[in-house]
Design a protein. Structure first.
Lengths: 364, 262, 287
């Protein structure tokens, strides 16, 4: 397993600049997720790594080796396609054994490897069946088996779970994590589903519509400390408020939001673009806000509002609260109690509380 | 994703198409040559086209080919449609018909020469005089061999839910066939009609054996011209026919882009 | 073909029958007839005297078998050459841009739909001793004496390929158009070279189109006689020439029929063999 490094990658398709000067480092042996909205170019990036597309500019390194000009079939990089691309005229065994047969390995060795992997994927009973007879989940596992049986350095997965139903997807995610843990192969997982990305990734990167990488980091870093409003809104849901920055160089900086008042901020590190009175955006995740009809004292920030809508999610309840300045805040409350002590209903006057440390200041 | 690199591919394609078109273009260009063909170029003239218009026998032959082609196309398409209609009735008869339709694939495994010989023998056995009628009969057999496989294949691919919807809404099977099935089959029907027309019009082998001595078709006429010697009138003729087939191909394309045919 | 069973009054029985009758009457019965007439002895009055295999046996001699064999060879080489040109062409057309694809298809079909004899005529005079090609070459000073191109296997082959190429291209193109490009990518990604991918993935999955093309070229090529006669002169003897000679001459009708039956039978046998071969390739060789 080796790392991947993309340097100044550029790709134009049909006159449109899909990938624009991207630098990306994917560490070796880790489960890496590439998250972005549909059409942002993440699949193109994946195909560039696999060699299915050639870059118009830039270089790709596999470990220390420059593989920019290496052809598809010589790269020790395998890809699992979104629609699986299983060979319809070959049965399960021959599909999985395909790459091994090309290497002209002895028949016994091939059989050994294929049987072993099919067993690990719980496909022992389907070995000689034509692929059309398998369910979606089984086909996906065959595609996966086929791609890892020849032990590539890197495994690329292009939205592999998109066609599966919810429960199956959850299960496959866990299996993928276990698989990567065991194989220690570098996995690059492309998806537009942030839940999937957050679940599987050791490291992840977010791409925006323009084909640029907005932020890289661990899932926790990205979720808790987004750099931009794009990332904050794309990964999870959030409330974004805009205002002006005041009392910058004091121990109690605040953001002044028109019609709502001033709220305390926590600035871990003063950034170069910050100055007294500048416009800033803050992001407060809905789960970081407490909601109650009673008033509490021990929170750094508080706000009053009226409950507009309530959505019951089983594990949690989502409240949309209308504020004085006609904006809404989203609040998540976990349903911790079977018989809740406080019942919040439509049109109730409520108090919202959050700690200043749970607010993130966004760069743009 | 190309195999031999962009340049190699382009060379290959150009050479192939050059191979296909050079003779035709040469023929076309020299149809305007004063000296005729294959003498070297000596000047532009419409002379051969004028001669073309004046050749009565050629036009007679052309007319015959046209009549035969039209008749055989019409008959084979009509019979083909009715056959499909029968097959579309469903139930026991419909299912059985599916097996018998295999009969129409026989045309693909028998060379036209064999068919021509057998028809000739058949006609002489029954003492049927050879002429336009026998030609039409022969070409219709040829035509059926195309119409039935093509239209039936398309028929099998039709979404049966459309016909179910029609029946549910109150149409009888007959009405369903003419209002739903047939319109859907129309593109492939027209394709096969065009195909049969062209094949019949340009046909040589079947015509050679089954036309007898009294009837001249265009193919036979051209053959006699080739055998007897050069005439640039043939060049003029080929230019005209080329133009006509271009028109037909354009019609075909117009249909193809509208809906899947093959 | 999944109509629910209609009520009895609606079953249109007879309307489909004409086609069936026509086909049987004008295709199968005549065929049966010549098969029968090749093994039957007929007296002057036309009555059937008995069975005989002499006519059939007459053609199982080296001279005639040689003719049949050359026809098979001709048809086979035609198929092979057409395939080698048609497949790349169809591949290029299927995987290239939409506008280009339509133009190429258009340019392919127009010669296809122009009278076949005119093409023979065209090539005849291009390749002739005083023909276009020789005139050009002499004019350009590349050769002194005209090349003798006509009346040879070369000219026959050129014309055969020329005429039958579209028959091979169209079915293969039709197959390739529906082909899932992801499969090619998957194969390359797993380590196969272009040629391996072609042999193991592309070709097997387009076999249906290839088989259709094979039959559309092989069968008719076997029975061809116009092309060999016009382009090959009298030197080349193929099944078609022999048949037309016997049939159109006086009194040798049943001999002609016998020869037709014999060669057709051999043709079908070879066709079945090749069909089996192609099947085997897809389902066995590829593993």
């Amino acid at each position: 397993m080796r790392s991947i490094k993309l340097e100044r990658m550029k790709k134009v398709i049909n006159g449109g600049l899909i990938i624009n000067d991207i630098e990306l480092y994917i560490p070796a042996g880790k489960f890496f997720a590439l998250l972005g909205p549909s059409g942002c170019g993440k699949t193109t990036l994946l195909r560039l790594i696999a060699g299915l597309e050639t870059a118009d500019a830039g270089k790709i390194y596999l470990g220390n080796e420059d593989i920019t000009d290496v052809s598809i079939h010589e790269r020790p990089v395998n890809i699992v396609f979104q629609n699986y691309a299983l060979f319809p005229h070959l049965d399960v065994f021959d599909n999985v054994a395909y790459s091994l047969k090309l290497k002209k390995l002895p028949k016994i060795v091939i059989e050994q490897k294929v049987f072993k992997i099919l067993e690990a994927f719980h496909l022992e009973n389907h070995i000689y069946k034509p692929t059309s007879q398998l369910s979606g989940g089984q086909q996906q596992r065959v595609a996966l088996a086929r791609a890892i049986v020849n032990e590539p350095d890197v495994l690329l997965l292009d939205e592999p779970l998109a066609a599966l139903d919810f429960k199956l997807r959850e299960r496959m995610l866990i299996e993928l994590i276990d698989l990567q843990d065991k194989l220690k192969t570098t996995f690059v997982y492309v998806t537009h589903d942030q839940f999937e990305a957050l679940t599987v990734a050791d490291q992840m990167a977010i791409m925006n519509h323009k084909g640029e990488i907005e932020q890289t980091g661990t899932p926790k870093e990205i979720y808790e400390f987004p750099h931009s409003s794009f990332v904050a809104k794309f990964v999870g849901t959030t409330n974004i408020l805009s205002g002006t920055l005041h009392k910058l160089d004091t121990p109690d900086p605040e953001i002044k939001i028109p019609d709502l008042g001033s709220f305390k901020l926590y600035i871990p590190q003063k950034k170069s673009w910050m100055y007294e009175g500048c416009d800033i955006l803050i992001s407060i995740r809905p789960e970081k806000i407490d909601i109650s009809k009673t008033e509490f004292q021990n929170f750094s920030n508080t706000l009053k509002g009226t409950v507009q809508s309530i959505v019951y999610h089983g594990r949690s309840t989502q409240y949309n609260v209308l504020l004085k300045n006609h904006t809404r805040l989203q609040v998540f409350e976990q349903n911790e109690e079977h018989f809740p002590q406080e019942v919040i209903d439509y049109d109730n006057e409520v108090n919202l509380y959050w700690q200043k440390e749970n607010v993130v200041i966004l760069e743009k | 994703m190309l195999k031999f690199g962009k340049v190699g591919n382009l060379i290959f394609i150009s050479l192939t198409y050059l191979f296909l078109w050079v003779p035709i273009l040469v023929l076309f260009v020299f149809s305007f040559n004063t000296e005729g063909y294959p003498s070297p170029w000596s000047g532009f003239t419409w002379r051969w086209y004028e001669e073309l218009i004046d050749s009565i026998y050629l036009w007679k032959a052309f007319g015959n080919s046209l009549i035969v082609a039209l008749c055989s196309t019409l008959i084979s398409c009509l019979m083909g449609v009715f056959l499909i209609f029968y097959a579309a009735q469903g139930g026991k008869e419909g299912a059985r018909i599916g097996k018998y339709l295999g009969l129409f694939y026989g045309n693909m495994v028998i060379p036209e020469t064999v068919l021509a010989v057998s028809l000739l023998g058949f006609f002489s056995l029954l003492s049927i005089p050879l002429g336009l009628a026998t030609l039409v009969v022969a070409h219709t057999v040829l035509g059926l061999g195309f119409v039935v496989p093509i239209v039936y294949a398309r028929f099998l691919e039709l979404d049966y839910r459309l016909t179910e919807a029609s029946l549910v809404l109150g149409a009888t099977p007959t009405q369903t066939f003419f209002k739903v099935t047939l319109p859907l089959l129309m593109p492939s029907l027209i394709t096969s009609a065009l195909l049969v027309f062209i094949i019949s019009f340009d046909d040589f082998i079947l015509t050679y054996f089954c036309a007898g001595s009294s009837v001249q078709t265009l193919s036979l006429y051209i053959l006699s011209m080739i055998r007897s010697g050069v005439s640039p009138v043939v060049n003029a003729l080929s230019a005209v026919l080329l133009f006509i087939s271009s028109l037909l191909v354009m019609i075909f394309f117009h249909l193809k882009t509208r809906s899947r045919i093959f | 073909m999944r109509f629910p069973r209609p009520p009895p009054s609606e079953r249109a029985f007879s309307i489909g029958i004409p086609a069936m009758i026509w086909q049987v009457l004008f295709f199968y019965i005549p065929l049966l007839f010549i098969i029968v007439s090749s093994v039957v002895k007929v007296s002057e009055t036309g009555a059937i005297k008995g069975f005989t295999f002499t006519m059939v046996a007459h053609f199982f001699t080296p001279t005639y078998l040689k003719v049949i064999f050359s026809s098979i060879l001709l048809a086979l080489s035609n198929v092979v050459i057409c395939f080698c040109i048609a497949y790349p062409l169809a591949y290029f057309m299927a995987f290239t841009g939409k506008r280009f694809k339509n133009t190429l298809l258009f340019l392919l079909l127009i010669p296809f739909w122009t009278n076949f004899l005119l093409h023979v005529y065209a090539w005849f005079y291009v390749l002739e001793n005083q023909g276009f090609l020789n005139n050009m070459l002499i004019h350009l000073g590349l050769i002194k004496q005209p090349l003798v191109l006509l009346n040879s296997i070369f000219s026959i082959m050129i014309m055969m390929v020329y005429y039958y190429l579209p028959f091979m291209v169209l079915p293969i193109y039709s197959s390739l158009e529906r082909f899932n490009a992801n499969l090619i990518e998957a194969s390359l990604d797993l380590g196969a070279t272009w040629f391996q991918t072609f042999r193991r993935i592309i070709l097997p999955l387009t076999m249906r189109g290839v088989r259709a093309g094979f039959f559309l070229v092989y069968i008719p090529s076997f029975g061809e006689f116009a092309i060999p006669e016009l382009m090959g002169g009298d030197k080349q003897m193929f099944v078609g020439n022999v048949v037309s000679q016997y049939i159109l001459a006086e009194g040798t009708g049943s001999l002609g029929a016998a020869f037709t039956v014999v060669s057709c039978a051999i043709l079908l046998a070879t066709a079945i063999f090749f069909y089996w071969l192609m099947d085997r390739y897809v389902y066995v060789k590829v593993r």
